[in-house]
Write a protein that binds this ligand. Structure first.
Ligand code: ADP
Length: 164
């Protein structure tokens, strides 16, 4: 009997970037279903509200029936149990990602040995793309159209360049 391979890609998506999208699309070549999990921390407010971030993800990822978009709070391994995901996908950009990701993967393994973390190397064109760097660029009038979908660029400008 074959069982669907379900993976979870957790991120803050504040906002989503083409780097995230690249990992999402590549994951769909490997897994049957992907849960795009918006990890949010009630104690930490982001640039965009959770609703705004979910709205952008929904608009860009559309009606792909292999993708489920949902927000979650609390421990990643608990959300894996609740959602039926046995694999967590993470992207690796640079050595600076590596140390944090390595520790997190080991801690999650300790908390739930059944959950495996799989890393994908960032694509070359998105190696230096992060949500925070793009927000900084937009604040100072920089162009981000190579790094985010047009809708996200529009929302970034509305949010971070209110007069301009
Ligand atoms: P946070 O960990 O603060 O939620 P992000 O939402 O940006 O940060 O990142 C979540 C996941 O997405 C991480 O695994 C990260 O490595 C991956 N990621 C973010 N940007 C990129 C990118 N440009 N290319 C590949 N992976 C990325």
């Amino acid at each position: 009997m074959s069982r669907d391979r379900v993976a979870l890609f957790p991120a803050s998506f504040d906002p989503m970037t083409n780097g995230h999208l690249d990992i999402i699309h590549r994951s769909l070549h490997v897994f049957d279903r992907l849960i795009v999990g918006l990890a949010h921390n009630v104690a930490k407010s982001g640039t965009f509200t959770v609703e705004e971030r979910l709205d952008m993800l929904g608009a860009v990822l559309g009606d792909n029936d292999r993708i489920e978009i949902t927000a979650f709070e609390g421990l990643l391994v608990d959300f894996c149990r609740r959602s039926g995901a046995s694999t967590v996908i993470r992207g690796l950009r640079a050595m600076s990602d590596y140390e944090y990701e390595f520790e997190m993967a080991l801690m999650n393994k300790h908390l739930n040995p059944e959950v495996e973390t799989v890393f994908m190397m960032a694509s070359q064109e998105y190696l230096y793309v992060s949500s925070s760097r793009l927000k900084e660029l937009v604040r100072f009038g920089g162009k981000v159209s190579d790094f985010v979908p047009p809708l996200v660029e529009k929302r970034l400008r509305e949010k971070l360049q209110p007069n301009g």
